[in-house]
Design a protein around this ligand. Structure first.
Ligand code: GLV
Ligand code: MN
Ligand code: MN
Length: 411
């Protein structure tokens, strides 16, 4: 076992994070959507790093960049995503790709013989910012891509299928992106925690026990548009007032679960959207997460019933569509133990914690056992340009990943 220098690894991670963080659609803020010109530039940058690290590089039909070390048929998959939310931080996603490259380089540069190969994967669609589905690229690797997703359109009406073609891909090749089950020994991802637990415990790294399940609901409310000055209050069918009640209902039910369920309306569409017109049609996007699938489905049932009551009372129409349903995904117990032992070589035994955020591991779990290592981030802040992880913490994560790989047995 060669000596590892977390500070040197962290300094390299920091400069790579900054380089990728400068690849954006907009000058003043980080926006890098799936299959955009910025995604292309970021993928090329990552591919160059992979080649320099001694990996052989390919790109699959969903745009996932793959850096391969070793020819063994059993593969350890290490990855994360390079797409971002709008006005993103620099660490969410890129850290896991960079950690994978730096760890693979450690073995590739010494041409270390391992009883398995390593594939570093840079996925392009974890955030779901451009199309309403998420995880298209990791689902492709897992052999679980849903073809109906190809018809989803972005804000400009471009379908996923057309966006793939414009990116130089052929949707007919998607099935070939799937790993065989006997190839994929495990999937491991390093990611910032995106929450405050590690910071509050003064620990740089944690091992993820499970990724919380998620339900996305699209709530459409139909009222009647009318003149803001003439229609008496009691005669209105105001879709936005109904939507506001529905939002507060979601907040109230989530609060009653005392932390078991979180619920967020992060997007709202109001039509016709004029200050002097009573809103006639409103669309709300509701995101719900929980570590308990039962609690999540109870929440959904209560919320739907409550929305019907609101609509009846206000003489509104309402439709509720589930656009995403992802169950809670446990991390493999053996991988948790091995990642914990790898961290304990540098730091005290790391805590186990659930992930409130979604990750590519949710898709990869359909293929093979998954494990995740969380890195402390300042103030628990994420999906925000203030996102920050220190070079030292990132370097410790890369060093722990290397130690994990050294001991990994593909089974
Ligand atoms: C992705 O980051 C998500 O959890 O929404
Ligand atoms: Mn992420
Ligand atoms: Mn994210």
């Amino acid at each position: 076992m060669s000596a590892l220098d977390p500070d040197a690894l962290g300094a390299r991670a920091e400069s790579m994070i900054a380089a990728l963080g400068s690849v954006s659609a907009e000058p003043g803020r980080l926006v890098r959507l799936y299959l955009s010109p910025e995604h292309r530039r970021a993928a090329d940058l990552v591919a160059g790093w992979m080649r320099a690290a001694g990996l052989s590089v390919s790109e699959d039909a969903l745009g996932t960049v793959r850096g391969r070390f070793g020819n063994a048929s059993r593969r350890l998959l290490i990855g994360s995503h390079i797409d971002t939310v709008v006005d993103a931080g620099q660490f969410d996603g890129p850290l896991g790709v960079i950690a994978g490259i730096l760890a693979a380089e450690h073995f590739a540069s010494a041409n270390t013989a391992l009883p398995f190969g390593i594939d570093v994967l840079a996925f392009g669609d974890e955030e779901g910012t451009r199309f309403s589905a998420t995880l298209a690229s990791s689902l492709g690797c897992a052999g679980a891509f849903r073809p109906e997703t190809l018809g989803l359109t972005d804000a400009k009406g471009i379908s996923l299928a057309d966006a793939l073609r414009a990116y130089g891909k052929n949707p007919d090749d998607i099935a070939a992106a799937a790993y065989r089950r006997d190839e994929a020994a495990a999937y491991v991802e390093v990611h910032i925690e995106q929450g405050p637990v590690l910071e509050s415990r003064n620990q740089p790294l944690g091992v993820v026990s499970a990724i919380n399940g998620q339900t996305f609901l699209l709530l459409e409310i139909f009222g009647e548009a009318g003149h803001a000055g003439t229609v008496p209050m009691l005669l209105r069918r105001d879709a936005l007032a109904g939507g506001a009640e529905a939002m507060l209902l979601a907040e109230q039910i989530a609060r009653e679960t005392r932390g078991e369920v979180v619920a967020t309306v992060g997007r709202l569409n109001v039509e016709p959207g004029a200050a002097n017109v009573i809103p006639g049609h409103v669309v709300l996007w509701l995101d719900m997460r929980s570590g308990s699938d039962a609690a999540r489905s109870q929440f959904v049932e209560r919320f739907k019933a409550g929305c019907r009551d609101i609509a009846d009372r206000r003489h509104l129409g309402v439709t509720i569509t589930t656009t995403r349903e992802v169950p809670t995904t446990p991390c493999d117990a053996g991988l948790q133990q091995q990642l914990g032992a790898a961290v304990a070589g540098f730091e005290s035994e790391p805590p186990r914690l659930g992930s409130g955020a979604g990750h590519d591991g949710q898709a990869m779990a359909k293929l093979c056992p998954i494990g995740m290592l969380f890195v402390r981030c300042r103030g628990g802040i994420s999906h925000n340009p203030m996102e920050y992880a220190s070079p030292r913490d990132m370097g410790l994560a890369v060093a722990a990943l290397i130690r994990f790989i050294e001991k990994f047995q593909p089974g």
